[in-house]
Design a protein around this ligand. Structure first.
Ligand code: PEP
Length: 257
């Protein structure tokens, strides 16, 4: 089995202005050591307006923290007022682009076709998509959580070739656990993450399935991250609220301590 480097990514959502972003990344840089970066990949996902500030700090101080955007347009340029394209993000050296976060699906009507177009847009410009999938509460209560999540996986990766799919990051984020304080049990997380890996093997092959990093997201904190990370098919965490506290995020990155 491939050794997958865990990816801890902080989704700041619509928080921290560009000055606060600098202070926050500085705190992370002070808190994290070379040993941390040798064991774990660390990324921040700030609002678009912060990306230039974060880039300047990361480049200027040669920080090992990666960064990316919380969304990406399906289009590369043109009359799409308010959207931010892959070329604009690539120019800022973004490593990642989140696609299909449940808040985008819920408040902006993003469906599988849009998510699929955004995944492809990310790859066109050298960005790694973090494709978010996961079920709402009613679907989980009805026992349809695995089928629902796998249908989102199929839709998001439709016609994405194996060489690209091998590098995608999948974030399993049960909607009922996001921002609610209601964390999935480690067994819940493992059940769905294992099913995602199984589907990747069906869609592609074992090599791709083994290579893909699958994060869990939903009310991750320093107090619950170790048990979730102990699951064999969980390769990292997408952290919302708790990533806004630099000390707490450092503790999450150090989940092995
Ligand atoms: C998220 O925004 O992706 C998320 C998981 O949020 P939280 O950690 O606050 O539940």
């Amino acid at each position: 089995m491939a050794a997958r480097t865990p990816l801890m990514a902080g989704n700041w959502k619509m928080n921290l202005n560009h000055l606060e972003a600098i202070a926050h990344v500085q705190k992370l840089a002070f808190g994290l050591s070379d040993k941390d970066f040798a064991e774990v990949e660390v990324a921040v996902l700030p609002p678009f307006t912060d990306l230039r500030s974060v880039q300047t700090l990361v480049d200027g101080d040669k920080l090992k923290i990666k960064y990316g955007a919380q969304d990406i347009s399906a289009h590369d340029s043109g009359a799409y007022t308010g959207e931010i394209s892959g070329p604009l993000l690539a120019k800022l050296n973004c490593a990642y682009a989140v696609v299909g976060h449940s808040e985008r699906r819920q408040y902006h009507g993003e469906d599988e076709a849009i998510c699929n177009a955004k995944v492809k847009a990310a790859y066109r410009h050298g960005l790694t998509p973090i494709l978010c999938i996961g079920e709402p509460l009613d679907v989980r209560k009805a026992g349809g959580h695995v089928a629902h999540t796998l249908a989102q996986l199929d839709g998001g990766l439709k016609d994405v070739p194996a060489e690209q799919a091998a590098t995608v990051v999948i974030a399993y984020e049960p909607v009922w656990a996001i921002g609610t304080g209601e964390v999935a049990t480690p067994d819940d997380a493992q059940e769905v993450c294992a099913a995602i890996r199984g589907r990747l093997a069906e869609l592609y092959d074992d090599t791709v399935a083994d290579a893909v990093r699958i994060q869990y997201g939903g009310s991750v904190k320093s107090g619950n991250v170790a048990a979730i990370m102990a699951q064999p098919d969980v390769d990292g965490a997408l952290v919302g609220g708790a990533s806004l506290d630099a000390e707490e995020f450092v503790k999450i990155v150090r989940f092995r301590d």
